[in-house]
Write a protein of this length. Structure first.
Length: 212
């Protein structure tokens, strides 16, 4: 489904979590730092529930240091966006963060969820944590997408979903198009009119307009 939406030759930058459906889309992406923070907090909580004899004393400090690092990455993204940090400094900033991450991930962990996260952060996809430091306009998190979904998730929760396949498609497609129009600063009715009446090239240009 993701490939059907983005196409085979997508050359943009996705800001994404580790959901496997996004694998293979585009050559570059930004791993959502907020999701990594949440995962580290979950791991710390799960680990604390283990019997004392089964706990790994290195897991707590690993999670705390990782959460702190992610917080500073997000702050750096905000300062880059506001201009408080000039882009000329991003190369040095990235190198400093990489060195710190290597130190955090240096020691293997006995708790499997923590070790899985540590291996991911130390592996070849590590560079996608810092894409926002190399590509202007790319944020360190996908919070804007999560916030766009929030009202739809609440609606689904209080109405208990849809009753038919056609209702499911309608509820999935129309809100997505309306949110896309709002993100682009276009009136939803005008946006939908373009999609339904224009030729394919014009409709695709409207749908994938880069308004960032």
């Amino acid at each position: 489904m993701a490939k059907n939406i983005f196409g085979e030759n997508f050359d943009g930058t996705l800001v994404r979590d580790r959901y496997a459906a996004y694998n293979g889309i585009g050559l570059d992406w930004q791993a959502c730092i907020a999701h990594i923070t949440t995962k580290a907090k979950e791991i710390k909580g799960e680990h604390a529930l283990l019997p004392q004899t089964d706990q790994d004393p290195a897991v707590g400090p690993f999670c705390d240091r990782l959460i702190n690092l992610c917080s500073r990455l997000c702050n750096t993204g905000q300062k880059l966006k506001s201009g408080d940090i000039p882009w000329e400094r991003t190369t040095k900033i990235e190198k400093r963060f990489i060195r710190e991450l290597h130190t955090i991930c240096k020691q293997p962990l006995r708790f499997k969820p923590a070790e899985t996260l540590r291996a991911y952060l130390a592996g070849p996809e590590q560079r996608f944590l810092f894409t926002f430091l190399r590509r202007p306009g790319v944020p360190p998190t996908n919070n804007h997408a999560e916030q766009s979904l929030r009202h739809l998730v609440i609606f689904r929760k209080i109405c208990f979903g849809t009753r038919s396949e056609s209702g499911l498609k309608t509820h999935s497609i129309l809100p997505s198009l309306v949110q896309t129009a709002r993100r682009q600063g276009v009136h939803p009715r005008k946006f939908l009119q373009t999609l339904l009446t224009a030729d394919t090239a014009t409709a695709q240009a409207a749908l994938y307009n880069n308004s960032s």
